[in-house]
Design a protein around this ligand. Structure first.
Ligand SMILES: *[C@@H]1O[C@H](CO)[C@@H](O)[C@H](O)[C@H]1NC(C)=O
Ligand SMILES: *[C@@H]1O[C@H](CO)[C@@H](O)[C@H](O)[C@H]1NC(C)=O
Ligand SMILES: *[C@@H]1O[C@H](CO)[C@@H](O)[C@H](O)[C@H]1NC(C)=O
Length: 424
């Protein structure tokens, strides 16, 4: 496809200046599997990556102990993987409790252990700790660290086990003692930034004939309700029908954590933590927008009750209304979709949201994705159309790839205060 190469070059130039923005794909390491490479065991007392555990380049700083009574206890989820042996010294099943990220990495390590040594399983000697056995700021207290061995307790295997843990995606691995390997992961909050922004598949958008369509069923050429402002923020509440181009991310089977913003009008917006929403402060009267107040974008996880979002009611036509957010919940949902429209915004479940994520400047993101929107405008005329493959859009991947070179991870999506509830 010569056209895409040309456009690629053009985009390449634009991107050198562009901020990073992405869909909700797993980012780093996502996509094609690399061919198997030779695995070098870790040396005794070696850690990987070669930085301190609680730094940004590894698992990040500790965020405080999680106890059975604390609000954050529900961030921990039990791991009942039959391919993993839990020592459970304490006899409380506490070792099985861990964050989702820790669980994902551990489960993937369990598979590589069985592949490497048939008949041998992964064994966890220590997981979440509620008894204060570790140093004050240990990640064991947050369910983010595990100490592991192999089921045969063959110490000659531990240096290779440490390498397999690195390959499985643990954010920090330490061949700590002759008796075990220590592994830890980043907090869910800091990863939320990297895993970008999406809506669940069943969320509804409004088509130009007035009907509703699930986000997962969008087709190129559909015209969906969006903000008329070129960058979404300066529309005075006016809405338009905007052409849907493609999905910046498309993961029908993904199960993710979503934020739900409940508004006084009953419209509830569900989206991932790092997705951008338009908000204003104040008394949520539309008059303020008419007087030139600008809606600013912020991460879904930073929105607080009392702020105002733009809602579009059934009988309101192309005039939006400001509506106050009255609660914020977190829940799990299936399918993760990030639609891109010509206007860079869209109304989902009756609430206006940005098409972008992971960087809290909607207008910069809109600019960075300009070339892609142009490309889709062209292909519509040449009739090549859009292919809606699974995963993160190649353009988002390129932006993400460039972003990882230019920006410190701490630049993204700081963990904001949210109200949790028990729906998880
Ligand atoms: C929004 O959430 C509230 C509380 O859970 C619920 O009562 C209401 O029906 C929801 N609105 C819609 C449109 O589903
Ligand atoms: C909302 O605030 C604006 C000023 O920003 C004011 O003119 C308006 O009267 C207020 N509306 C209500 C209902 O308080
Ligand atoms: C906007 O919302 C206010 C109250 O929140 C309501 O009084 C007003 O009728 C709504 N406007 C439209 C056009 O629906």
């Amino acid at each position: 496809m010569r056209l895409s190469v040309l456009v690629g070059l053009f985009i390449g130039c634009a991107l050198l200046l562009a901020p990073v923005t992405e869909g909700c794909g797993p980012g780093r390491g996502y996509g094609k599997r690399r061919p198997p490479k030779k695995l070098t065991p870790l040396a005794y007392k070696q850690f990987s990556p070669n930085v301190a555990e609680k730094t940004l380049g590894a698992s990040g700083k500790h965020e405080g102990k999680i106890t059975r009574n604390s609000e954050r206890f529900k961030e921990l989820t039990p791991n009942y993987n039959p391919d993993i042996i839990f020592k459970d010294e304490e006899n409380t099943a506490a070792d099985r409790l861990m964050t989702q990220r820790c669980k994902d990495k551990l489960n993937s390590l369990a598979i590589s252990v069985m592949n490497m040594w048939p008949g041998v399983k992964l064994r966890v000697t220590e997981g979440w700790d509620e008894d204060g056995h570790h140093s004050e700021d240990s990640l064991h207290y947050e369910g983010r660290a595990v100490d592991i061995t192999t089921s045969d307790r063959d110490r000659n295997k531990y240096s290779m086990l440490a390498r397999l843990a690195v390959e499985a995606g643990f954010d920090w691995v330490y061949y700590e003692s002759k008796a075990h390997v220590h592994c830890s992961v980043k907090s869910e909050h800091s990863v939320a930034a990297k895993t970008g922004g999406c809506f669940p598949g069943r969320s509804l958008v409004t088509l130009d004939d007035g009907s509703s369509r699930a986000v997962q069923d969008l087709q190129p050429g559909d015209r969906v309700l969006a903000s008329s402002g070129a960058d979404g923020s300066r529309s005075g509440g006016d809405l338009v029908y905007s052409e849907f181009f493609t999905f910046l991310d498309h993961e029908p089977a993904a199960r993710k954590q979503f934020y739900v913003l409940g508004t006084e009008t009953g419209a509830n917006l569900t989206l991932t933590a790092a997705h951008l929403v338009f908000v204003t402060e104040g008394n949520c009267s539309l008059g303020e927008l008419a007087k030139g107040a600008v809606m600013r974008t912020m991460y879904a996880s930073d929105v607080r009750p009392g702020q105002c979002v733009l809602t579009a009611g059934r009988n309101q036509g192309l005039q939006g209304n400001l509506s106050q957010v009255i609660w914020v919940h977190i829940q799990m949902d299936t399918g993760a979709f990030a639609p891109l429209t010509r206007h860079g915004s869209l109304v989902v479940d009756g609430v206006l949201a940005s098409c972008y994520a992971a960087m809290d400047q909607h207008h910069l993101a809109h600019w960075a994705f300009g070339p892609l929107r142009l490309l889709y405008s062209w292909t519509r005329w040449t009739g090549t159309g859009a292919s809606l493959g699974d995963g993160l859009h190649w353009y988002s991947q390129v932006l993400y790839w460039i972003g990882t070179f230019l920006l410190d991870p701490g630049h993204f999506h700081p963990w904001g205060m949210v109200t949790h509830d028990s729906e998880r």
